[in-house]
Design a protein around this ligand. Sequence first.
Ligand code: HEC
Length: 125
Amino acid sequence: MFAKKAVGAALLVLCAAGSAANFEIVADDMRDIEETLKAVDSDVALKNAQAATGATTLEAYFRQVESFYAAKPDMAQAQTFSHAAHEHTLALQRALQADDFTAAADAVGQLTRSCKACHDAYRQK
Ligand code: HEC
């Protein structure tokens, strides 16, 4: 039973090839993301190029969050919030690539607000 499940999961991973088929929203991952966001926020404030590394992590994470909710048609609000969060991480990356730390700070601010919007709607209190 377990072995069968594991093989199924492995196949799913292979088939999905980079999509978020096995992704789950986990509090621990979210806490890591919060730490990353804080680090990026201060790197952006200090105009530190290191911000790009954290931005890559944030973009990859919210890309998965977006795909996760995209597969859940009954969670329209979460789809909107996760799409917005992902868009803000993309805007952050574009701003950093352009060395535009003002736009980067704006993207970090909008991303931070998008965290709260989704939590207000979905996180267990
Ligand atoms: C699309 C929805 C969504 C977005 C956007 C989102 N989160 Fe979450 N977050 C959740 C859900 C759902 C949980 C609860 C997960 C659980 O308890 O298993 C959670 C949990 C958390 C937790 C854990 C809290 C705790 O201690 O229980 C932290 C920290 C967190 N999120 C940070 C963030 C940060 C920072 C951002 C933005 C950069 C963000 N989240 C964006 C949905 C979202």
